[in-house]
Design a protein around this ligand. Structure first.
Ligand code: AKB
Length: 314
């Protein structure tokens, strides 16, 4: 029987690219996009869509049964900067939407689920260089606490009930199809939009704030890669570290300036997101993902910069 896949949060930064890639691999009709928001007419024409609140457990169950869903990519989350402004709503959304699907997995209604974690699950006492897979995790944000708790719950449901749950700790993600919303790493997308329009950028992180990042095609490769890996190769059921490259705003700005002469970044807009980023790793050790299920990124930092600008200018 063909896999039937539900992507929750399909209009978001990851969901937009992921639905396109999954539809190429599995066929349009086998990938059901879903989001709280109504889709664009273009998206609706591409394949099945369900307008769905991931907190509404009855509607979620109906959608799973209606389409005969067996795999779920659960991308619904309130990200770091927004969740700091509304901590209880952030916690409620991030955790209750996860539990709705963990329970469906426990009851045997879905056979496999992807739920992403983040570098935000680490904290100020985590080693910042080549952050190991297993290390101190003391997140200082609501989003980070929800990601660490969610990782542990996924591991618990796997060990206790045998549920097939898989996850990655995403670094900051850079993409051109959809802008991110509410994250701390979003500057690394905003800056390209300004550069492509010939405008200067006023950065909300300080110039030397180094963070691990990844280009979206690699994030999608990792996401589908871990979901398609044979179950016995997925040995970590909390979430795997994955990395690609790291840079500071100043280094990124200099690379963009090579492609867009005259481009400038100013650091007069630094805000509370800089303190969030200060508690996160600067680079990631992803040996376990490489060893266990063959993870390997394709894009270098320089190649990502060129590709982002080419796509945004097009
Ligand atoms: C955020 O900045 O909140 C996210 C993340 C690192 O998970 N992009």
């Amino acid at each position: 029987m063909a896999d039937k896949i539900l992507v929750l949060g399909s209009s978001g930064q990851i969901g937009t690219d992921l639905v396109d890639s999954l539809r190429e691999a599995y066929g349009n009709d086998n990938v059901i996009a879903s989001d709280l928001k109504a889709p664009s007419a273009e998206r609706l024409a591409q394949g099945p869509f369900e307008q769905l609140d991931a907190l509404d457990d009855k509607k979620v169950f109906e959608v799973i049964k209606k389409h005969g869903i067996n795999q779920v990519y659960h991308l619904v989350a309130m990200l770091s900067a927004t969740a700091e402004k509304m901590p209880l709503r952030g916690w409620d959304l991030n955790m209750r939407s996860l539990f709705n699907f963990l329970e469906l997995a426990r009851e045997g209604h879905i056979s496999k689920m992807y739920w992403p974690s983040s570098i935000a699950a680490f904290g100020p006492n985590t080693p910042v260089e080549a952050t190991p897979q297993y290390t101190v995790m003391d997140p200082g944000t609501v989003y980070g606490i929800s990601k660490l708790a969610g990782e542990l719950w996924c591991d618990y449901y796997h060990k206790k009930y045998g549920c097939d749950l898989r996850g990655l700790r995403y670094p900051g993600l850079i993409s051109w199809k959809t802008e991110p919303g509410g994250g701390t790493t979003d500057y690394a997308v905003d800056i390209f939009h300004k550069a492509a329009k010939g405008e200067d950028y006023h950065c909300f992180l300080s110039e030397n704030r180094r963070l691990p990042m990844m280009y979206m095609p690699d994030a999608i490769k990792a996401t589908i890669g871990i979901m398609e890996a044979p179950a016995e190769q997925v040995k970590i059921r909390t979430s795997y570290n994955v990395g690609a490259f790291s840079f500071t705003p100043r280094e990124l700005s200099a690379l963009i300036e090579k492609e867009v002469p005259g481009f400038q970044t100013f650091y007069d807009a630094v805000d509370s997101r800089d303190a969030i980023a200060a508690g996160w790793p600067q680079s990631i050790d992803d040996q376990r993902a490489k060893q266990d299920w063959g993870w390997q990124p394709d894009f270098s930092l320089e190649a990502m910069v060129k590709d982002m600008l080419a796509n945004l200018k097009a």
